[in-house]
Write a protein that binds this ligand. Structure first.
Ligand code: PLP
Length: 445
């Protein structure tokens, strides 16, 4: 299984895959959203092999997780060595070197030249929960401001911030009180309907927090934190207009509010810089990291300004958070990202975006192409004039791509997201675009 491009040998799903699907249907939670029946057996680099021996080119990376590709030999080695040395100890009650070393590394590489402290969990949602608790504890304020179309996780605290799809919240209330949502500026489609094209940084979104929320429902002296994805992920791979993050920084500073960046999906080199917020040079008070940090092992990290973490023993902890094996995988992942893969993400991302820039002129289904590095969204629309989303076409394209050996996922109402491992090479990018373009053309006819 060391080919560079995929090969489909059976009808999909194949006979072995069908057995797993039957078992899964019987026993696994129906809350999972599977767009197509991929049943994975093994993965190497950019390639995933299914249980019937079909291989696929992975442009989904386990939802932006396997940043160094599947089973990178250096990461697998680090995991194996650590698994033979010490699997678990619980950093909440004992010490071990890897936890302190990873904390030091995270403090060094996250934005902001100030002292920092780090708390560990096992997932993105836990990283967000910790950030919210730090902000509330430090400010002794309760209200939180998040953004429409944002995704911050599914535990009850982070779900209160998530405002992506009603299905994610339906039936689970009441959630946290005191959470308010503001429009996230979208250069393709202004959520306030103000700017004729999309948000230009000067539309109604710009002053919504100060002029609407602070004046009506959320007095600023009661607001603990503003939580934002520097580039929106599940919401549609939306890159905000320049000035958006700086404006949030300004508001946070003016009112003593903690600014939290959720870099769970857009961080760890995915955008061609270590952090998406590096594209605008704005540093938050707290940054939340997960997904790509450990190449597939579960790890959530919350990095805060040291003075914000003024809580005492017992205030917050997690039994497994920062497990030694996950820390070893993270340190090796960061080494590889810094050595070569962030630069690769920038290079191949630019190449992909340059080729994709022609698509709206070539394909009436393609309304917009946007992104940074290897975080790229292709939005499908019913009409380029009305910009009405076209979720059915998106689903058709994603399913057809699977049958031609390419794994992609959707986000937002009708966007296809490209989020390959950061090791992807130009010939694999070419293959992915050829498949996708064929699928888009088929969906147009
Ligand atoms: C931006 C963002 N924040 C938080 C999360 C939650 O992460 P997890 O699924 O690891 O809890 C996600 C997951 O998709 C995400 O994209």
């Amino acid at each position: 299984m060391n080919e560079r491009l995929p090969r489909i040998k059976t009808a999909l799903p194949g006979p072995e895959a069908q057995k797993v699907l039957a078992l899964d249907r019987q026993y696994v939670s129906p809350s999972y959203t599977r767009d197509y029946p991929l049943v994975a057996e093994r993965g190497r680099g950019m390639i995933v092999e299914d249980v019937d021996g079909n291989t696929f080119l992975d442009f989904a990376a386990g939802i932006a997780v396997v940043s160094t590709g599947h089973c990178h030999p250096d990461v697998s080695r680090a995991i194996q060595q650590q698994a033979e040395t010490l699997i678990h100890m619980s950093g909440t009650d004992f010490y071990y070197p890897l936890l302190a070393r990873l904390a030091e590394k995270m403090a060094q590489i996250t934005p902001g030249a100030f002292p920092k402290k780090v708390v560990f969990g096992n997932s993105g949602t836990e990283a967000i929960e910790a950030a919210v608790k730090i902000a509330r504890y430090y400010t002794r304020r309760q209200r939180l401001i998040a953004f429409f179309n944002s995704f911050h996780g599914r535990t009850c605290g982070s779900l209160s911030l998530t405002a992506s799809k009603a299905a994610q919240r339906r039936g689970f209330g009441p959630l946290l009180a005191g959470v308010h949502h503001a429009p996230y500026p979208n250069p393709y489609r202004c959520p306030m309907g103000d700017a004729p094209g999309g948000c230009d940084g000067a539309c109604g979104c710009r002053d919504y927090i100060e002029q609407r929320l602070f004046r009506t429902v959320a007095p600023p002296e009661e607001v603990a934190a503003i939580i934002v994805e520097p580039i929106q992920g599940e919401g549609g791979y939306v890159v905000p207009p320049p000035g958006f993050l700086a404006r949030l920084r300004e508001i946070a500073d003016r009112y003593g509010i903690v600014l939290i960046f959720d870099e769970v999906q857009c961080g760890m080199g995915r955008t061609g810089k270590m952090w998406a917020s590096d594209h605008w040079g704005v540093a938050p008070d707290i940054v939340c990291v997960a997904k790509g940090i450990a190449s597939g092992l579960p790890l959530g990290v919350t990095v805060a300004r040291a003075d914000l973490m003024n809580w005492g023993p017992g205030a917050h902890a997690s039994t497994f958070g920062g497990n030694p094996v996950c820390c070893a995988a993270a340190l090796e992942t960061i080494r590889l990202l810094e050595e070569k893969y962030i630069a690769n993400a920038a290079r191949v991302g630019e190449y992909l975006l340059a080729r994709l820039a022609e698509w709206p002129a070539r394909h009436r289904l393609v309304g917009d192409v946007r992104g940074k590095g290897l975080m790229i969204g292709i939005e499908l629309v019913r009409s380029q004039r009305t910009r009405e989303p076209n979720p059915e076409a998106r689903q058709r394209v994603i399913e057809r791509a699977f049958h031609q050996g390419l794994l992609v996922l959707g986000c937002g109402d009708s966007t296809i997201r490209l989020m390959p491992p950061l090791i992807v090479e130009p010939d694999q990018a070419d293959f992915a675009l050829e498949v996708l373009e064929r699928c888009v053309s088929e969906a147009e006819n």
